[in-house]
Ligand binder design. Structure first.
Ligand code: PMP
Length: 340
């Protein structure tokens, strides 16, 4: 491919796919000052498709290409809460693949709209439990099987997902902190982020704690604490929380877990916007809350890294909408960090 002749070609990313990753690590100065520990957020909302899942999308598609299963004109099928579909659709457009995306019908409206705008073929199915054959995950597999030559991305069981984080997100965090971090805190949707980053960090320094941040309604908090999958309560958080052990989560080197409720998530999202100028989605807010709570259990000069998974634009009709907040009884009221 001809390269543009620019004065500093090393500073130029070669197309959409090459623009994924190498996101900034952003210190949260007001939060860090308030709790007396340094909290750093990996700004995944600055990926070109707007979320941490751009990395998984690239990793999964390049793995299919390497194995000779996908060539230009091919079709990629995925079941997703939205962000993986968005990443796949954009990587697909850049590489010449058609994308067929299956989503449950309980996600923020913005994500369906983006997928349609990006040209993905979108199938919206009823949000039913994984054990029901009509669940979006099984629907995606059936659609992939019905299209000749199509590949099923299968982000939950396809470990090219976590390998992408082990190869990129983890090493970036080590380089950006000079390896000077005490803990990494992240929620799991497929487990790709926490497992991949966790493996990279543990290989570098086994004393770095890897901590799961879990919403209510997910079974992973119980799994980390007791070895048993069990759920309690519920959550409106999108893209995170699992009730089963996926291949991507399996074997993740997780030392501890914290559970964060939706009220805390909403308070943190609005506080981050007001106090730090950071407009992020719910999983990012949950991650920051969990990172701060975990950091408070560590010595006062500790450094904790977490993930700002995606931006707030995607959730303006929910997390940042007064009516939705009222209907869900989570109108934020704290002006300071008292909720933490
Ligand atoms: N936050 C959001 C908004 C997501 O869409 C996802 C992926 N479903 C995650 C966090 C979790 O990432 P992972 O799949 O790597 O566990």
């Amino acid at each position: 491919m001809p390269k543009p002749s620019l004065s500093n070609p090393a500073a130029v990313r070669d197309g959409f796919v090459d623009a994924i990753g190498n996101t900034p690590l952003i210190a949260l100065p007001k939060l860090s000052a308030a709790i007396g520990r340094t909290i750093l957020g990996k700004a995944e909302f600055l990926n070109p498709g707007g979320s941490v899942k751009d990395r998984a999308a690239r990793g999964i598609i390049e793995d299919f290409e390497r194995r000779g299963l996908l060539a230009p004109g091919g079709t990629v099928v995925e079941g997703t809460a939205g962000n993986t579909g968005i990443g796949l659709a954009l990587v697909g457009n850049a590489r010449g693949y058609r994308t067929v995306i299956v989503m449950p019908d309980d996600q923020a409206a913005e994500k369906y709209g983006l997928l349609r705008t990006f040209g993905a073929e979108l199938h919206v199915v009823a949000a039913v439990p994984f054990t029901n054959d009509a669940n979006y995950y099984h629907a995606a597999r059936r659609i992939a099987e019905s299209i000749p030559g199509a590949v099923w991305s299968n982000q939950f069981e396809n470990t090219a997902n976590r390998a992408a984080h082990e190869a990129t997100t983890g090493p970036e965090i080590i380089a950006q902190t000079g390896g000077e971090l005490n803990a990494f805190v992240a929620a799991a949707g497929t487990g790709g982020t926490i497992a991949g980053v966790g493996l990279a960090l543990k290989a570098y320094d086994p004393s770095i704690a890897v901590v799961l941040a879990d919403p209510y309604g997910s079974a992973l908090f119980s799994y980390v604490k007791t070895g048993e999958l069990a759920t309690e309560g519920d959550s409106n958080a999108e893209g995170i929380g699992i009730k089963r052990i996926t291949a991507n989560f399996d074997g993740a080197p997780v030392d501890d877990a914290l559970r964060v409720d939706d009220r805390t998530l909403v308070e943190m999202a609005h506080w981050l916007l007001r106090a730090e100028g950071l407009f992020v989605g719910g999983s990012a807010a949950l991650n920051v809350a969990a990172a701060a709570r975990y950091a408070r259990t560590l010595p006062s000069d500790s450094v904790v890294v977490t993930v700002l998974c995606d931006g707030g634009e995607r959730y303006r009709s929910r997390l940042y909408d007064d009516d939705w907040l009222r209907e869900n009884d989570v109108v934020p009221f704290a002006q300071d960090l008292a909720f933490l």
